[in-house]
Design a protein around this ligand. Sequence first.
Ligand code: 1CP
Length: 357
Amino acid sequence: MSQLKNDRYLRALQCLPVDYTPVWMMRQAGRYLPEYRQLRSKAGDFMTMCQTPELACEVTLQPLQRFELDAAIIFSDILTIPDAMGLGLYFESGEGPKFKKSISCISDIEQLPIPDPEQSLKYVMDAIRLTKKELNGKVPLIGFSGSPWTLATYMIEGGSSKAFTKIKKMLYSEPKALHQLLEKLANSIALYLNAQIQAGAQSIMIFDTWGGVLSHQSYQTFSLDYMQQILSQLKQGKKSQDITSYIPVTLFTKGGGIWLDRIINTGCDAVGVDWTVNLSQITQKGKIAVQGNLDPSVLYARKQTIESNVEAVLNEYGYHNGHVFNLGHGIHQDIPVENVQHLIEAVHRLSKRFHHD
Ligand code: 1CP
């Protein structure tokens, strides 16, 4: 028997029956929560929060104290790997992530180390170990990483970007160099995610936030193939009576709705989809799990509108197993907390009729 008190999320990821649709939110621990802002100002900066296991644990648990969420996601960031590779991650207030060093040529790439997750990223593993203990089986804990392509965008652009001109220039003029970087990142990510599994992560999510800016050919060779390579290296365990003996993997490419069939073919357990996808058009429902896909801006609306949009997503998914309710992307920082309460409550209440457990 599994020691989990709430295993809906893991059951849905294995397309098993549940009593209602499990729900969690991307960026559920974050600035829309007053207790997060308070802890963040006490800690001084974001990286201190990530690198102090007690703080990372506390922040991970904050949304679970308020809402009946069906999963926790470890508080960290996708940019921990480039930081551990020596690029020097920092955050300028209001400006998002930046790197002291960026990558511009093959010799920069050759010099990058593959981080040992129990050395330079030990703080993430310690945060997972501590959080797992504190959760005490309340809900499953999700571990995560960025995709190689998405991490490469930050490393080459030197921070956030809108047009991705530097990395696209490298893609078309120095494709071999870019492949070398992506290969190194894929190997680093596989080690990192296996270490997270070893430390106690019960499900894995790969965020390919910027895969959707690629052409359809480039998406395959510069993003999806590397995610598939990671998948093939992950120690997922085996499915058994004990739901926790298997570690499901979710691939989320923002803007990747047009490539869903290809994503599903990688052998992942679940696809994350943004709000541009009509869930009723996904043909493999019940065979592969689907995570999504409420437009996060719906949470600005009044209670009734939130409810009708939740209902629409549930209806589109229909009576199949394998739905994990989520937003189509991260929650915005100025969303009223009570609207999140409405959302979670509405998903649980309205989804019951789609399940007969
Ligand atoms: O307090 C602050 O000012 C920092 C804001 C913040 C937060 C709350 C950042 C900086 N990262 C995080 C946490 C975070 N990031 C989590 C925590 C777990 C959760 O509750 O979900 C996760 C899963 C991430 C992942 C992440 N970081 C992604 C992928 C998911 C996504 O939203 O697309 C990306 C692209 C990042 C980079 C990043 N880190 C932080 C910011 C503001 C950004 C985005 C910058 C950009 O738009 O390019």
